[in-house]
Design a protein around this ligand. Structure first.
Ligand code: 13P
Length: 278
């Protein structure tokens, strides 16, 4: 059952768990995530990043998700992840996405506010939830979101308070030391910054860069206001590695067999994360 992301995150905030947000790029990843939601009977977010528009268009994503989830009564959101273009946001809303993330984190603060306001006005009129980002995550190994050696820019609690008050977004992505991709060294997750943001801001927070983050850190973040955790790199790494191992077993696989393998491996790794977060 496709729903707006806001009530999912509000419930998570109240009951102190996190909703998993899992990136998809093709039929197999969409089917794998939907099977995991169905089997775990747990709400989640199916996330499609703007950068994967070269793989699929938003209408195909929506139609596929809608068709494959017809007999599922667990609520989930279809979310446009990390979108920098207002045009692409409006396209996703028209296609039927129930949630969007406007990513103006690389822009000057005032410009990020002005663009986020435009998105909120349109999205809320269409019953679509809005996530926005303040601060900017560094990129680690195998990152698909940024370039290696990007610098972490931590979210300022005072700016976050002002940003949320003006824009009236539904969820705030915070930058507190997680990275997009796998960590190059020991993760330094700044829960102290998260606590300061929580003192000033009263909406659900989103943790990007879930891959490779130690479980005890994730639990600490959830206890301090993180209601949604995004995972991309690890879904890809796990599935590619498993398929690589299978291809080395000497059998002569048909492409359709590999497609089935992909669906099942995606389902396995997504199920693992759903259990950790909830
Ligand atoms: P990872 O690739 O590190 O899991 O991050 C995913 C993410 O934040 C997508 O928005």
């Amino acid at each position: 059952m496709l729903v707006n992301m806001k009530p999912l995150l509000e419930d998570a905030r109240l009951k102190k768990y996190a909703i998993g947000s899992f990136n998809v790029y093709n039929y197999e990843t969409i089917k794998g995530v939907i099977q995991a939601i169905k089997n775990q009977k747990t709400p989640a977010v199916i996330a499609f990043g703007e950068k994967y528009l070269k793989n699929m268009d938003v209408d195909s994503v929506y139609n596929l998700v809608n068709t494959l989830s017809k007999n599922i009564d667990v609520p989930f959101a279809l979310h446009l992840d990390h979108c920098k273009s207002l045009e692409n946001i409006y396209r996703a809303i028209r296609a039927g996405f129930t949630s969007v993330m406007y990513d103006g984190s690389a822009l000057p603060y005032e410009e990020n506010i002005a663009n986020t306001l435009k998105v909120v006005e349109v999205a809320h009129a269409c019953n679509v939830s809005v996530e926005a980002e303040l601060g900017s995550l560094a990129s680690g190994l195998n990152s698909h979101e940024g370039k290696l050696d990007d610098e972490e820019i931590y979210t300022s609690p005072a700016k976050a308070q002002n940003f949320v008050r003006i824009t009236e977004i539904d969820a705030l992505a915070v930058s507190i030391g997680t990275v997009h991709g796998m960590y190059k060294g020991i993760p330094n997750i700044r829960v102290d910054i998260l606590k300061k943001i929580k003192e000033k801001v009263n909406i659900p927070f989103v943790l990007h860069g879930g891959s490779g983050t130690p479980e005890e850190k994730l639990r600490d973040c959830i206890a301090n206001g993180i209601c949604k955790i995004n995972v991309n790199t690890e879904i890809s790494m796990y599935t590619v590695e498993k398929i690589r191992q299978a291809l080395n077993d000497g059998k002569n696989y048909h492409l359709s067999d590999i497609s089935l393998m992909e669906i099942n491996f995606v389902q396995d790794i997504v199920s693992k994360y759903i259990k950790i977060f909830s």
